[in-house]
Write a protein that binds this ligand. Structure first.
Ligand code: BES
Ligand code: MN
Ligand code: MN
Length: 458
């Protein structure tokens, strides 16, 4: 093992160069203009898997962007891990706020900056580097490894879900390993045992067939922006609770044991608020910040637009108002059921002076796993060795829609071992990957594959 880890140290710069090559491809899944880049990125990954010595390497097409698969299954009596990740990235706007162009990866200080640096190309490449290290050692990996890297995670994995059901035998594994989450803080390796789910929709209100002079009409017609803001404001009460009937019915409650566990984690509210420039934090009354963040559902307006936004003043009653709304969900809340409840509630509170249309966009279930499986122990030991610090068990507020499905369809245990950091700026300008995490992440995974190989196949 020591030789292997020394090899990681020797090759870490070339592993980083590989990652930079991937980061130069603007694989933004939501933007049809980047379709060719999605193909280029999938090709790059399949070439990489070929080079590493993987078999059955294939680009599996979907109704949307393709996913890339490869396997190396030469250890018949050993367990199989499926490594899942995503090669698609979020859009880069507002691009002016980036220090350097988002698709020209740049090392500044101890971080690598680029869109996708941490979410999720950087973390996919940590696995590719760990696997490469095993091959370079001449020893070959100690267990069977499959990769599935999709291109639609950032847009809800809608088509990928079909792929998973269709190809469940090809993807079959004992463990699913995913690096697409942050650590609780720098130097503190983390294993996430839960994720929140999501339901996302768009609301459009129309009050008249075109904009109106507010002097000639103001006072007698509904202003869709006034109506929409009032409706949206009513969706949460002043205790931070969502007011949609039935919203909390199925939500899994936080057990006393979990409350205790989460309370022991190092979380500094002031530091957290300062890092994001927030004057203070706020959330649902009766819960700790980490509970609010990880284990309680919530509702947010993600965007709102309409009316006059040019320079100066314009006396107008806008014809339309629009908003994007999403809810973070917790395990057991069914996103389709929640979507129906929101739809019914919004329709019920819409006054007859405007017309509403609601477009559900996507969603996914939350995820919650046990915390004392042999695989979690294996991950703890690997991270402790790789980082020199005991790992903590966390949940996460973000969503990876395919996770509950992978666990269910493949009947496999999912391990979320991520190497991001709270200040990684995922989805924002100056997204970055901590270079120490890149290096220690590779070392940890090299050890993790070994530790998992010693477990019984499930
Ligand atoms: N890597 C994130 C998920 C994540 C974010 C985990 C923060 C833990 C903390 C993933 O790429 C992501 O952004 N997911 C989306 C899913 C959505 C588009 C369906 C999310 O959470 O908004
Ligand atoms: Mn991600
Ligand atoms: Mn993301």
């Amino acid at each position: 093992m020591q030789t292997l880890l020394n090899d990681v140290d020797t090759h870490v710069d070339s592993f980083l160069d590989d990652l930079k090559t991937a980061l130069r491809i603007p694989s933004i899944s939501s933007d049809p203009a980047h379709q060719p880049d999605m193909t280029r990125m999938a090709d790059l990954l399949s070439t990489k898997l070929h080079e590493l010595g993987f078999d059955k390497v294939q680009t599996i097409s979907t109704k949307g962007h393709p996913a890339v698969f490869g396997e190396w299954c030469d250890q018949p009596d050993k367990p199989t891990v499926l490594i899942y990740g995503h090669y698609d990235v979020q859009p880069v706007d507002p691009v002016d706020l980036w220090t350097a162009p988002p698709f020209e990866p740049e090392v500044r200080g101890d971080k690598l900056y680029a869109r996708g640096a941490v979410d999720d190309k950087g973390q996919v490449y940590i696995h590719l580097a760990a696997v490469a290290s095993w091959f370079k050692s001449g020893e070959k990996p100690p267990l069977n490894i499959k990769f599935i890297i999709e291109g639609e995670e950032e847009v809800g994995s809608v088509n990928f879900k079909e792929l998973v059901t269709e190809h469940k035998d090809l993807l079959g594994a004992d463990y699913v390993l995913i690096s697409d989450t942050p650590m609780l803080k720098k130097g503190l390796p983390s294993i996430a045992y839960g994720l929140r789910g999501l339901a996302y929709l768009q609301i459009d209100l129309v009050g008249s067939k075109s904009d109106l002079h507010s002097g000639s009409f103001g006072g007698v017609v509904a202003n869709p922006i006034n109506v929409l803001t009032k409706m949206l404001a009513s969706l949460k009460d002043d205790k931070g609770r969502v007011t949609i009937p039935g919203f909390y019915d199925d939500a899994v409650e936080i057990s006393a044991a979990e409350h205790d566990g989460l309370s022991k984690l190092p979380f500094d509210e002031i530091e957290f608020a300062d890092a994001i420039g927030a004057p203070a934090l706020t959330g649902e009354a009766g819960f700790t910040r980490l509970e609010q963040l990880w284990a309680r559902p919530t509702l947010d307006i993600n965007g709102i637009w309409g009316g006059f936004q040019g320079p100066g003043a314009k006396t107008v009653i806008p014809a339309e108002a629009h908003a994007k709304l999403s809810m973070r969900l917790v395990p057991n809340q069914d996103w389709q059921k929640i979507t129906k409840q929101v739809l019914a509630h919004l329709i019920a509170i819409t006054p007859e002076s405007v017309e509403i249309s609601i477009t559900p966009m996507h969603g996914g279930r939350g995820y919650l796993a046990g915390i004392d499986s042999p695989a979690i122990q294996a991950a703890k030991a690997a991270l402790a060795e790789g980082f020199g610090t005991e790992a903590v068990l966390t949940r996460e507020g973000g969503s990876i829609p395919i996770v509950p499905m992978l666990a269910e369809v493949l009947n496999a245990e999912v391990l979320l071992v991520g190497f991001g950091l709270p200040d990684q700026n995922a989805h924002a300008p100056d997204e970055n990957l901590d270079l120490e995490n890149f290096h220690k992440g590779i070392r940890s995974l090299v050890i993790l594959y070994q530790n998992l190989s010693e477990l019984k196949p499930i």
